[in-house]
Write a protein that binds this ligand. Structure first.
Ligand SMILES: CC(C)(COP(=O)(O)OP(=O)(O)OC[C@H]1O[C@@H](n2cnc3c(N)ncnc32)[C@H](O)[C@@H]1OP(=O)(O)O)[C@@H](O)C(=O)NCCC(=O)NCCS
Length: 184
């Protein structure tokens, strides 16, 4: 089923529409893995019912929120990536990503997936700006590698494990992306 749509392709990954029959159990496992959720906004554990509601939302048509499953070069499902809260007046959206298979970390999968999502946002949706915020040092590096600019720090924005964390704010504009396209 997943292979019926080749997906949006990068050098290492493909982004395909989420499918409950293929991606649900991984999602549930990852959202209940404390190492994965340590740097996510939501880390309280996810019930099967909550996961069902999540899939109800992401599988249906939605003009302001896109989520894809991330497949590696062997077509293994390794994560999810999204473009959320799209504001069509300002043509801006917010990024989110999770590489749930820890063995797949550190190989460039997230960077490639972010690049593919960025291309989709500007070339297919005509967006103007993609925002991203994170307190995960690896994710900061991903944004840098994918051409996002560090625009500032939101001080003490996240409360986690009895302490506040500063959050780094990143963004890319369509002109940043279009001006870096290889010349024909
Ligand atoms: C953050 C995450 C998406 C990165 O995925 P990934 O596929 O490993 O990312 P990439 O391989 O493309 O790049 C990771 C980069 O971070 C670097 N890195 C890893 N740990 C780091 C750390 N503690 N400090 C600084 N850099 C770090 C890696 O060395 C690599 O950079 P390099 O290519 O210059 O060596 C993944 O770890 C993840 O999903 N974590 C849990 C969920 C999460 O935090 N999502 C982001 C929420 S905003």
């Amino acid at each position: 089923m997943t292979d019926a749509f080749v997906g949006w392709k990068g050098e290492l990954v493909r982004l395909v529409p989420p499918d409950r029959t293929l991606h649900f159990e991984n999602a549930l496992r990852w959202m209940n893995d404390p190492e994965i959720t340590a740097t996510l906004e939501f880390n309280l554990g996810f019930s099967r019912k909550q996961e069902e509601a999540f899939f109800d939302r992401i599988e249906g048509p939605n003009d302001t929120d896109f989520t894809w499953a991330i497949l590696d070069q062997a077509s293994r499902h390794i994560g999810f990536i999204g473009l959320h809260a799209i504001n069509w007046r300002h043509r801006a959206g917010m990024g989110g990503i999770l590489i749930g298979e820890r063995l797949a970390w550190g190989q460039g999968h997230a960077t490639d997936a972010v690049r593919v999502r960025t291309r989709f946002a500007f070339a297919q949706l005509g967006l103007h700006r993609i925002n991203g915020h994170t307190f995960n040092p690896a994710m900061k590096r991903v944004y840098e590698k994918a051409g996002y600019r560090h625009e500032g720090t939101a001080r003490k924005m996240f409360w986690r494990d009895a302490q506040w964390y500063d959050v780094s704010l990143f963004a890319i504009l369509e002109e940043d992306w279009f001006s870096n396209l290889p010349a024909n």
